[in-house]
Design a protein around this ligand. Structure first.
Ligand code: CP
Length: 313
């Protein structure tokens, strides 16, 4: 994968996955996002991508990722087209490759792609002309690397040293592209311990081999954690009934004040969104003082500016 996403000079050409990136690139993305945060605070645009055209190619619904990629591109002075799949010729049977070829003929510089199939962004990057960069905005169950980066950015704002941290990821790990990308980023950044917590039916067997600690109950899994990342139940990706009921899931794995009491007093609570209140998390936590969920959304702008700028640079 890296041979396609890193150029011969060691710089990002496409941004498809966290896997295989080195710590220097991860830190460079975080530092560049810090720089853009200052630009955003001054309400000023940067002319870095003047004259460039970016196409948001979203084959799956999105609120946060699509809007923040659009805002990020505009803050970098790029021209942005949000390609509307529902009114496009893909509805008439046009293939992904033919859609790409037609859009390439319009001389765009970058595609930001979300697709329900794992590997779709890689496929487009493989077929893209040399001057076109591809950013993965989430592909199937595979990867959501820009979400992982904005989550690392959020953690770094609250917790200075990754090597001190215990991070727990809770819920539907099996279907989560966010969890996969986050685990890769947390490992590269050298956190002390990564835990996954959830029912056996939603935890992949491979976790042990990755050196991740598995917990099937919240009370032991959340003990002394610094960061809790709650995940959405991806019911659209479940092939069969993997849960007895949503009420039972909330009783066992929904984040409540009572369950969070065993975590560190300064724990932060994260969720990539969209959140299902009363299923993964209760409202008093989601809207409470330890929640950084809306900050995660805001951090999407400087992080995505950094990713776009670094792939174009
Ligand atoms: N976290 C995330 O990917 O949210 P959206 O589906 O709203 O983009």
């Amino acid at each position: 994968m890296n041979s396609i996403q890193i150029n011969s000079g060691g710089k990002l050409r496409h941004f498809l996955t966290i896997q295989g990136l080195n710590k220097d690139i991860i830190l460079q993305i975080l530092d560049t996002a810090d720089h853009f945060t200052s630009t955003l605070q001054n309400n000023s645009k940067t002319p870095l991508l003047e004259g460039k055209t970016i196409i948001n190619l979203f084959f799956e619904n999105s609120t946060r990722t699509l809007s923040t990629f659009e805002l990020a591109a505009k803050c970098l002075s790029a021209d942005v087209i949000n390609f509307n799949i529902r009114t496009s010729s893909t509805q008439k049977g046009e293939s992904l490759l033919d859609t790409l070829s037609s859009l390439n003929a319009m001389r765009c510089n970058m595609f930001i792609v979300r697709h329900p199939d794992s590997g779709a962004a890689y496929f487009l990057a493989y077929h893209a002309p040399r001057h076109v960069n591809v950013i993965n905005a989430g592909d199937g169950c595979h990867a959501h690397p820009s979400q992982a980066m904005l989550d690392m950015f959020t953690i770094r704002r609250y917790k200075t040293d990754f090597s001190d941290l215990i991070v727990a990821i809770v819920g539907d790990i099996l279907h989560s592209r966010v969890a996969r990308s986050e685990i890769q980023a947390l490992k590269i950044l050298g956190v002390r311990e990564i835990r996954v917590i959830g029912p056996r039916t939603l935890l992949p067997q491979s976790m042990d081999a990755l050196g991740i600690n598995i917990f099937y109950d919240m009370e032991s899994g959340l003990r002394d954690v610094d960061v809790v990342i709650m995940l959405r139940l991806q019911q659209e990706r479940m092939q069969s009934a993997l849960l007895p009921s949503l009420q039972e899931y909330f009783r066992l794995y929904g984040l409540t004040e009572e369950k969070l009491a065993v975590a560190k007093p300064d724990v932060i609570v994260m969720h990539p969104g969209p959140i299902n209140r009363g299923v993964e998390i209760e409202s008093t936590i989601a809207d409470g003082p330890r929640s950084v969920i809306l900050e995660q959304v805001s951090h999407g702008i400087p992080i995505r500016m950094a990713i776009i700028a670094m792939t174009q640079g």
